[in-house]
Write a protein that binds this ligand. Structure first.
Ligand SMILES: [Zn+2]
Length: 219
């Protein structure tokens, strides 16, 4: 009798759980959160496997440009074979983000899955040139509703721009960092951008990223 009740409970759970996940709002949220947690769990599973991250047995002398390049090609072959098995979800970005090229910042960790709703522009020091501004305007033409212009703590490009010694070695980068504010004002003044901000169809946010936690903080 007790066994019968256990079997009935197990059967009810097997039916109820998929129904909960598939047909209820909390179920959908649970799937979304669980997916994010699984991605993070995947990163944590991979992070300590040094043999796959360009370090050949931790011996720096074994690392050559060719070994790094071959490792990268091998990683790409693996990733591309996964992608061909599981095709990409359709893209219709609503956010364009400008982020420094600093390797510590991972936009997937910053905002969750960026494959679908985000254009991501990465430049040294999050600087904008005429090219990036045109690209952002094109992104807005393609449906983007929010532009997020970020800087981040402990930025190497800012360190260069603020150092007398390094500034003379990297003059173009330093100048671009110092002119970042001017370029942002130019972006906001572009007619196609300004008119959309005025009519409420576009928002531009200036945020700082805490590099340690990847939390976005208003500037
Ligand atoms: Zn930086």
């Amino acid at each position: 009798m007790q066994l019968g009740i256990k079997v009935l409970c197990a059967a009810a759970t097997l039916v109820a759980l998929p129904c909960f996940l598939a047909f209820t709002d909390p179920g959908h949220k649970a799937q979304f959160v669980l997916g994010g947690a699984m991605i993070n769990a995947g990163y944590r599973l991979q992070d300590h496997h040094d043999e796959y991250d360009f370090h050949d047995g931790h011996d720096e002398h074994h690392i050559t440009p060719e070994s790094v390049w071959q490792e990268m090609l091998q990683q790409n072959r693996m990733a591309a074979s996964v992608r061909s098995t599981f095709p990409r979800t359709p893209r219709h970005p609503l956010v364009a983000m400008v982020v420094c090229m600093d390797a510590r910042i991972d936009t997937n960790e910053l905002t969750g899955d960026t494959r679908k709703y985000y254009y991501v522009v990465r430049t040294a020091g999050s600087v904008l040139s005429e090219r990036e501004m045109e690209m952002l305007e094109l992104a807005v033409d393609n449906g983007v509703k929010v532009i997020v212009l970020t800087t981040h703590t402990d930025c190497a490009a800012e360190r260069v721009a603020n150092s007398d010694e390094l500034r003379s070695r990297y003059p173009a980068l330093s100048q671009a960092v110092h002119e970042r504010g001017i370029r942002i004002r130019e972006l906001l003044a572009r007619p196609a951008i300004a008119s959309r901000i005025r009519d409420g169809s576009l928002a531009v946010k200036l945020m700082d990223i805490d590099t340690a936690t990847e939390r976005l903080v208003p500037k």
